[in-house]
Write a protein that binds this ligand. Structure first.
Ligand code: UDP
Ligand code: MG
Length: 336
């Protein structure tokens, strides 16, 4: 998208003279009962100081704890700013954010986690950067406060992503990010159900900025990502944005076939010159197992793409919103 000569977002509607939000915060919530109240309080403080009209869209991603009733409380306390969306079950962080995107009304959209690992106090920095004229602003965590069990897989995700989509994102695991409304409008048009929002957004953006943001250790509750979910996310990322992995598998197949042929030629010559070989049978097994492994991997790789294609062509709703609480009174459930 050509954005070069597009001016920054038009004059911020500061003050409270108009009710239309200028900044929309989108926060996925999955079993965060211990963090919600503090989060809401810190957001309110920050946004009041920042002097922009705003709304906070909490998306309850099928929480099983008290999150939903706390969100209701937050709504009662702060009808002016809070918007609560409830999904009918757990869909995962990225789809929850997508559901929130659909309800945004602001010119600038900011995502952050509910667990207070992303300091809400950094929001004005992101907003200011978008106002400078950038389409997306990504945060990267200068002092990441997670255990190595959590950072190691992320490091791998960043590496794989760097290789498959060109490495435009410095810290893909950091969800403290801001987007211009036009980018979110494009994302809202995307029917794909398996996606990775920062990469999707950047694919629509002309001007991308990245700034350092703070990071705290998770004090309450647990990380919802285990190794399995991270691998799944990584596959979404690779298959969603690049054909390189599957092409690499084809190329590996071609190279292995050539090597195998050369090896056969070598054995044939050896037979003519030195005579038939009898030993080395186990070497052969070793080689065989190696290639069998590669074949299974290749099949799996194809399967990952096919599975995702299947899911997309079925075209089932990405998520189902059970209800929404918003001051204008809309609380209807919708299918997306
Ligand atoms: N989250 C969600 N649905 C899920 C998993 C997580 O909405 O299925 C939310 C979670 O409540 C939090 C954010 O996504 O606001 C990030 O999750 P978490 O802190 O567990 O991830 P990590 O910080 O370990 O990357
Ligand atoms: Mg976290």
């Amino acid at each position: 998208m050509e954005m070069e000569d597009k001016p920054g977002v038009s004059a911020p509607a500061t003050g409270h003279e108009t009710k239309t939000p200028y900044v929309s915060l989108v926060i996925p919530v999955y079993n965060e009962e211990e963090n919600l109240m503090a989060l809401h309080q810190r957001i309110n403080q920050t946004m009041r100081d920042c002097g922009r009209n705003y709304e906070v869209i909490f998306v309850d991603d099928g929480s099983a704890d008290r999150s939903w009733s706390l969100l209701n409380e937050i709504f009662e306390l702060d009808k002016e700013h809070a918007v609560i969306v409830q999904l009918n079950r757990n869909y995962g962080q990225h789809l929850a954010i997508m559901a929130g995107f659909e309800k945004t009304r602001g010119q600038i959209i900011v995502t952050l986690d509910a667990d207070l690992q992303n300091p809400p106090e950094d929001i004005p920095k992101l907003v200011a950067k978008i106002e400078e004229g950038y389409d997306t602003v990504g945060g990267w965590r200068g002092n990441r406060q997670d255990s190595w069990l959590r950072t190691l897989p992320s490091h791998l995700v960043n590496r794989v992503m760097g290789a498959s989509i060109g490495g435009a994102i410095r810290d893909s695991g950091c969800m403290l990010r801001a987007y211009r409304k036009e980018i979110i409008d494009q994302i809202n048009k995307c029917p794909e159900a398996t996606s990775f929002i920062p990469a999707l957004a950047n694919s629509f953006a002309g001007r991308i900025a990245e700034i350092e943001v703070g990071h705290s250790a998770r004090e309450k509750g647990q990380s919802k990502y285990n190794l399995f979910r991270l691998i799944q996310l990584n596959f979404d990322l690779m298959t969603g944005f690049s054909l390189i992995p599957i092409q690499a598998v084809s190329w590996a197949g071609v190279i292995i076939a050539i090597l195998g042929l050369a090896f056969a030629g070598f054995l044939f010559l050896r037979r003519l010159i030195i005579g038939p070989e009898v030993e080395g049978i186990f070497t052969l097994f070793a080689i065989l197992f190696f290639f069998v492994g590669i074949q299974i991997l290749a099949l799996g790789m194809v399967g990952e793409y096919v599975g995702r294609i299947y899911r997309e062509v079925r075209g089932r709703p990405k998520y189902v919103i059970r209800q929404m609480l918003r001051q204008d009174g809309s609380s209807r459930g919708t299918c997306e």
